[in-house]
Design a protein around this ligand. Structure first.
Ligand code: HEC
Ligand code: HEC
Ligand code: HEC
Ligand code: HEC
Length: 455
C-alpha cells in the first residue's frame, strides 16, 4: 500500500476541521436525568448559557403598594377586571405592566393620551383579556406552572409583541408550483430545527386537539392507523418542544420506548400538561382576539397571533430559570380559581359516585383542552387518595352507525386512560369497562367517559 501523500492528508485535516467547526467547543456540562445506562443525559454549554443570561434574568420588582383605601373599581370609570385592587395596588400594576410590555412607549401604548377610561386603543382591550388570561394560567394551570406562575413579562420581555409567536403557515406561497405538492414539509424551517419535517406542527397540535400519539399498539395497523406521514408531524412537534426548552428528547423520554409513560421522566407529564395549557390559551384567549387586532397584526391567512412552548420558555426548561415574579404580584393569581365541574356531569349519573365526566365532540375521541379539566381533577383526587382505583366507562350518542359508536366509546375510554397514565397514575389502578350500552339522545352528555371509583 502506498503511503498517503501530503496533499491528501492536508485535505483530510481540512475536512476534519470543517466537520468539527459544526461542533461546540468543549468543555460541556452534563447532568444525569435518568438511570445510568439509559443515556438520559442533558448537555449544556456554559458559554452559551452565559451569552443568553440577560434574556432569562428577572427585572427588579417594584416596592409594594398600600393595600387599604378605596378600590380602583370605586375610583375609576371603566375598570372591569382589576376593580378589587386598592388604588395603590392598581397604579403599581399599571407601572409594572408598562415596564413588562411597553417600556419604550410608556402608558400611551395602551391609553389614548390622558383619557385613561377610553377603550379606543385596541392594545388596551387586548391587555384586559391578557390580564384575564394571566390570572387563568396562574390559578387553573398550576399543574404546569406550579407556584412559579407567569406574569406579562414571561412572554413579553419588555416588548409589545412577544418574540415567539406563530401564525398558520401560508403553505401556498411555499409550494413549488408545477413541480409538485410539498405537503407542508421538506423546507429548512426554523420551527422544526431546520429538519425536513412538516414545518407547521402548531396548527394541528397546539391550536387544534390533533392526535399526537403515533406508536401502534397492535401488530397490524388498525383501519384508522397512524401513518409514517402522521409520525413526521408528531416528530415536528417534538423537535419544537425540545428546541423551546433547550433539551434533548431524553429530558422526557427513555428512548428505548417513546411510548411508555412509566419509563419516561416526570417532566414528560409536565410537558403533557403544557400541551393542554397551550391549546387552551390559543383556543380560549388568543384566537378569539382576532377581531380586536388591526389587520397588520394578523397572519398571512388572516389568523390571530398565537402561542407555543417557546412563547414562555425561550430556550430553557423553566422560563426565567424558574424564578417566580408572581410572588411580588399576587393580584395576578387570584385564589379559588379551581375549575367548575364539567357541564352536565351530574345529569347522567349521581354526582357523588363519579370522579369526573369527560365530554367529547361529535365523532371525536381526543380530549379537548376544556374537557382536560375534568381529567386534571380526577388525577388530583387519585394522587391524594393513593388506594383509590378507578373504572372507565365510555359512552357514545345514538346518532350514526352503532358499530362505529361502540368503537368511539372504546377509543374515548382509551384516551382517558392514557391521560391518567400521563398524569402519573399507575396502570394497575385503572380498569376499563366494556362500553356496555349506548345511551339515548344526541346531547353532549351522551358523548362522554365516566371516571368511577372501583374496587
Ligand atoms: C399594556 C397596556 C397598559 C399600559 C402600558 C398601561 N395601562 Fe392603564 N389600563 C390598562 C387596562 C387593560 C386597563 C383596564 C383594566 C380593567 O378593566 O380592569 C387600564 C386602566 C387604567 C386606568 C383606569 C381608567 C378608568 O377610569 O377606568 C388608569 C387610571 C390607568 N390605566 C393608568 C395607567 C397609567 C398611569 C399607565 C402608565 C404608568 C398605564 N395605565 C399603562 C392597560 C394598560
Ligand atoms: C402566555 C404568554 C402571554 C402572557 C402571559 C401575556 N401575553 Fe400579551 N400577548 C401574547 C401574545 C402571543 C400576543 C399577540 C402578539 C401580537 O400582538 O402580535 C400578545 C399581545 C399583547 C398586546 C398587543 C400588542 C400589539 O401591539 O399588538 C398587549 C398590549 C399585551 N399582549 C399585553 C399583555 C399584558 C398587559 C399582559 C399581562 C397582564 C400580557 N400581555 C400577558 C402573549 C402573552
Ligand atoms: C419536554 C418533554 C418532551 C420532549 C423533550 C420530547 N417529548 Fe416526545 N412526547 C412528550 C409527550 C408529553 C408526549 C405525549 C403526547 C400525547 O400523548 O398527547 C410525547 C410523545 C412522543 C411520541 C409518541 C408516542 C406515542 O405514544 O405514540 C414520540 C414518537 C415522541 N414523543 C418522540 C420524541 C422525540 C424523537 C423527541 C426528541 C426530538 C421527543 N419526543 C422529545 C414529551 C416530550
Ligand atoms: C404560559 C407559559 C408557559 C407555556 C406556554 C409553556 N410552559 Fe412549560 N413551564 C412554564 C413554567 C412557569 C414552568 C415552571 C414551573 C415550575 O417552576 O415548576 C414550566 C415548566 C415546564 C417543564 C418542567 C421543567 C423542569 O425542569 O422541571 C416542562 C417539561 C415544560 N414546562 C414543558 C412545556 C412544553 C412542552 C410546553 C409547550 C407544549 C410548555 N411547557 C409551555 C410555563 C409555560
Amino acid at each position: 500500500m502506498r503511503a498517503r501523500t501530503p496533499k491528501s492528508s492536508t485535505l483530510l485535516a481540512l475536512g476534519a476541521a470543517l466537520l468539527l467547526a459544526g461542533c461546540e467547543r468543549p468543555p460541556v456540562d452534563t447532568s444525569q436525568q435518568g438511570y445510568r445506562g439509559t443515556g438520559m443525559v442533558e448537555l449544556s454549554n456554559p458559554r452559551l448559557v452565559e451569552a443568553s443570561a440577560e434574556l432569562h434574568a428577572v427585572p427588579a420588582a417594584l416596592p409594594p403598594a398600600e393595600a387599604g383605601g378605596p378600590t380602583a373599581g370605586e375610583t375609576y370609570q371603566n375598570v372591569q377586571v382589576l376593580g378589587d385592587l386598592s388604588v395603590g395596588e392598581f397604579t403599581r400594576l399599571m407601572v409594572a405592566m408598562t415596564n413588562w410590555v411597553s417600556p419604550q412607549q410608556g402608558c400611551v401604548y395602551c391609553h389614548a393620551g390622558a383619557d385613561f377610561a377610553s377603550d379606543s386603543p385596541y392594545t388596551k382591550v387586548v391587555s384586559r383579556r391578557m390580564l384575564e388570561m394571566t390570572r387563568h394560567i396562574n390559578s387553573d394551570w398550576k399543574a404546569h406552572v406550579a407556584e412559579t406562575g407567569v406574569t406579562c413579562y414571561t412572554c413579553h420581555r419588555g416588548q409589545p409583541v412577544p418574540a415567539a409567536i406563530w401564525f398558520k403557515d401560508d403553505s401556498a406561497e411555499r409550494n413549488i408550483g408545477s413541480v409538485g405538492w410539498r405537503n407542508h414539509q421538506n423546507i429548512a424551517a426554523s420551527s422544526v430545527g431546520y429538519s425536513s419535517l412538516p414545518y407547521d406542527p402548531f396548527s394541528p397540535f397546539l391550536s387544534e386537539n390533533g392526535r399526537i400519539r403515533v406508536v401502534g399498539k397492535t401488530p397490524l395497523p388498525p383501519p384508522t392507523g397512524q401513518s409514517i406521514k402522521q409520525t413526521e408531524w408528531t416528530y415536528g412537534l417534538m423537535i419544537h418542544m425540545s428546541d423551546s426548552l433547550g433539551v434533548n428528547c431524553t429530558f422526557c423520554h427513555n428512548s428505548r420506548s417513546f411510548i411508555a409513560w412509566d419509563q419516561s421522566s416526570p417532566k414528560r407529564t409536565t410537558a403533557w400538561q403544557g400541551i393542554g395549557l397551550v391549546r387552551d390559551l390559543n383556543q380560549s384567549y388568543l384566537e378569539p382576539l382576532r377581531g380586536t387586532y388591526p389587520a397588520e397584526r394578523l397572519g398571512a391567512l388572516g389568523d390571530a397571533p398565537k402561542a407555543n412552548c417557546s412563547t414562555c420558555h425561550r430556550g430553557v426548561s423553566k422560563p426565567l430559570y424558574g424564578v417566580s415574579m408572581l410572588e411580588a404580584h399576587p393580584e395576578l393569581a387570584p385564589a379559588g380559581g379551581t375549575a367548575a365541574p364539567p357541564p352536565g356531569s351530574s345529569a347522567t349519573a349521581p354526582a357523588s359516585a363519579v370522579l369526573g365526566s369527560v365530554l367529547f365532540k361529535v365523532g371525536r375521541s381526543e380530549i379537548s383542552a376544556e374537557s382536560m379539566k375534568a381529567v386534571g381533577e380526577a388525577i388530583a383526587r387519585l394522587q391524594n387518595e393513593s388506594d383509590m382505583k378507578v373504572a372507565l366507562s365510555g359512552f357514545a350518542d345514538r346518532s350514526g352507525n352503532p358499530e362505529r359508536n361502540l368503537e368511539l366509546a372504546k377509543n374515548r375510554a382509551f384516551a382517558v386512560r392514557e391521560a391518567l397514565l400521563a398524569g402519573g397514575i399507575a396502570q394497575d389502578r385503572i380498569h376499563l369497562r366494556k362500553p356496555e350500552f349506548v345511551i339515548a339522545g344526541a346531547n353532549a352528555d351522551s358523548r362522554r367517559v365516566d371516571i368511577l371509583p372501583a374496587e
